[in-house]
Design a protein around this ligand. Structure first.
Ligand code: HEC
Length: 153
C-alpha cells in the first residue's frame, strides 16, 4: 500500500469513528446501513413522511395530495418483496428472521398493505371524508401489523 493510501485509510477510520460517536443513535443506524438494507430503510423513511403528508392533507381535505402520496405507497408495496433478498438482515437491519422463515406470511402482510393503500386511493376519489378517514386508519394499521410480526422493536 502506498503511503498516501495508508494515510487516506487512516483518515477514513478516524472519520468513521468520529461520526459514529457524535451522531444520535438513529442517524448512526442509518449511516451504518449499506446496500439493500439502506435502500429499504430509505423507502420506509419515505413511507413515514408520505403517511405524515397524507394525514395533514386529510385534515385540510386535499384529496389530490392524499392520492399522490398513497400512489407512492402502492408502488413501494409492489416492489417491497424484491428489497428483502435472503440473508439481508445484517446489522443495523431491524428485519426479523421470521420474514424468511414465514415468507408467505410476509408476502401476505405486503398484500394487505397494498390492498389497504389501494382502498385509500379509491375512497379518496369518492370524496366521502368519513370513508377516507377510515381507509387511512386501516392503511396505517397494516404498517403496524407488519412491524409487530416482522420488525425488531
Ligand atoms: C410487509 C411489512 C411491512 C409493511 C407493510 C410496512 N413496514 Fe415498515 N418496516 C418493515 C420492516 C421489516 C422494517 C425493518 C427494515 C430493516 O431494518 O431492514 C421496517 C422499517 C420501517 C421504518 C424504519 C426505517 C429505518 O430507517 O430504520 C419505518 C419508519 C417504517 N418501517 C415505516 C412504515 C410505514 C409508515 C408503513 C406503512 C405506510 C410501513 N412501514 C409498512 C416492514 C413493513
Amino acid at each position: 500500500m502506498s503511503k498516501l493510501k495508508l494515510k487516506a485509510t487512516a483518515f477514513c477510520v478516524f472519520a468513521a469513528f468520529t461520526v459514529s460517536f457524535s451522531s444520535p443513535p438513529s442517524a448512526f443506524a442509518h449511516k451504518g446501513a449499506m446496500g439493500i438494507v439502506k435502500e429499504r430503510m430509505d423507502k420506509f423513511e419515505a413511507s413515514e413522511k408520505a403517511t405524515k403528508r397524507i394525514k395533514q392533507a386529510l385534515s385540510r381535505g386535499d384529496t389530490a395530495v392524499v392520492i399522490a402520496e398513497t400512489e407512492f405507497l402502492v408502488s413501494w408495496a409492489r416492489e417491497m418483496e424484491g428489497f428483502f433478498p435472503e440473508n439481508s438482515n445484517q446489522p443495523p437491519s431491524e428485519a426479523k428472521d421470521d420474514i424468511w422463515r414465514q415468507w408467505d406470511k410476509f408476502v401476505g402482510a405486503i398484500q394487505s398493505f397494498d390492498n389497504a393503500a389501494q382502498a385509500l386511493i379509491d375512497d379518496a376519489r369518492g370524496e366521502d371524508p368519513r370513508a377516507i378517514g377510515q381507509a387511512f386508519k386501516e392503511m396505517t394499521k397494516s404498517c403496524k401489523s407488519c412491524h409487530r410480526q416482522f420488525r425488531e422493536d
